[in-house]
Design a protein around this ligand. Structure first.
Ligand code: NAI
Ligand code: MG
Length: 354
């Protein structure tokens, strides 16, 4: 059980520190090794993804990742941007399947932007394809048209094998849940998505016990806001998934609660909170560590098949919320406001008491 710890920048080290406390308790046999990434990589080795860090990533079974990025990220040339460290890692390890669960903790229903009855009991997963689509498709670039104007262009591309592997990932995930897959595309307008739908349908026949439905991205966005509880696993392409997963995230309240897993061809996984490095609150011990702790639970389940341990961690998170512990992002009157470290300690305490 070899795990790389890449805490990264900003609140990354703060929240990963809490997840590590939990790991030491539930899986003391785990071997961990730390490596710098993001601005931390630039500071230590001159690159957002140092060679040593990538080599470690290739050696281990799983990566616990914090967050990368600095406050004025967009003003830095692309190759020196701390955030590229994560993109390079995803590409180098072919982490194509990005799982983002959106789960409503009953204690946090008041923190959602939607009505309580719409989100009470919500439990879905968005599965976003991460290695293809218009993000990587070629040709891409700028040209000049016959009127002398500049034109920017990108190409939406998916191969059959790329759709097949994400389809299998979706159906396998559904088998561990409520056996429903909704594939989201735009097959009425785009050839890429016509292929997507055909391949999804074909792979779906290999999973007769899983119900497959299809929605166009526009209709899916509407359904996600109106009746999100109808969904179990939503599988979609890179761009639609980017947008849809952020929208789904907001259904459940705070970004500080949301874990994610990115799985590759050999089931090597990178586990990270959905949030970024939050420079506005870094170094203050106020960030919510629960997304990082829930990401660790996903790692125990997906990379190490330690379902019992994963449940124990998730139950401990539920316990501390029921006990009223809240970081600032999920604070509501009548609850107990705590910092990052205190929240991590409360989870450890709940695990010990269970
Ligand atoms: P962000 O997620 O870092 O922060 C957005 C807002 O949510 C901020 O107000 C922040 O204080 C709050 N927040 C985030 N995590 C929180 C937590 N655990 N507890 C309490 N509050 C929390 O996104 P933003 O501000 O757009 O980006 C900041 C930096 O992070 C940028 O450099 C960006 O590129 C990077 N980033 C990195 C990601 C990653 O490592 N996967 C993902 C998203 C952004
Ligand atoms: Mg995004």
């Amino acid at each position: 059980m070899k795990i790389a710890i890449m805490a990264g920048d900003g609140i990354g080290p703060e929240v990963v520190g809490q997840a590590l406390k939990v790991l030491r308790l539930v899986a003391p046999q785990a071997e961990t090794e730390e490596a710098p990434v993001g601005q931390a990589g630039i500071d230590a080795r001159g690159k957002p993804l140092p060679d040593e860090t990538l080599a470690l990533a290739r050696r281990v079974d799983a990566i616990l990742f914090g967050s990368v990025g600095v406050a004025d990220e967009a003003s830095i040339p692309r190759e020196r941007r701390p955030g590229t460290g994560l993109l390079q890692l995803r590409e180098a390890l072919t982490l194509y399947a990005n799982f983002r669960p959106a789960f409503m903790f009953p204690e946090l229903i008041g923190a959602s932007t939607l009505k309580p009855e719409v989100v009470d009991g919500l439990d879905l997963v968005i599965l976003r394809e991460l290695n293809g689509d218009v993000y990587f498709g070629k040709p891409r670039g700028f040209e000049t048209n016959e009127k002398g104007e500049r034109v920017g262009f990108n190409t939406m591309r998916y191969s059959e094998s790329e759709v097949e592997r994400i389809a299998h990932a979706a159906f396998r995930a559904a088998r561990k849940r409520r056996r429903k897959v909704c594939s989201v595309d735009k097959a009425n307008v785009l050839e890429t998505m016509q292929l997507w739908r055909e391949v999804m349908t074909r792979v779906g026949r290999e999973y007769p016990d899983v119900e497959l439905s299809h929605l166009f991205i526009d209709a899916a966005s509407m359904s996600l806001m109106r009746n999100p509880k109808q969904f179990d696993v939503i599988v979609t392409g890179n761009m639609f998934g980017d947008i849809l997963s952020d929208a789904a995230a907001m259904l459940t309240g705070s970004i500080g609660m949301l874990p994610s897993a990115s799985l590759g061809v050999d089931r090597k996984g990178l586990y990270e909170p959905v949030h970024g490095s939050a420079p506005d609150i870094a170094g203050q011990d106020v960030a919510n560590p629960l997304a990082a702790i829930l990401s660790l639970a996903m790692m125990l389940r997906e990379s190490f098949e330690l379902e019992d341990k994963a449940r124990q961690v998730e139950n401990a998170v539920r316990t501390v919320l029921a006990q009223g512990y809240r970081t600032g992002d999920i604070y509501q009157p009548g609850t107990r406001r705590v910092g990052t470290t205190e929240m991590g300690d409360a989870v450890v305490q709940a695990l010990r008491a269970a």
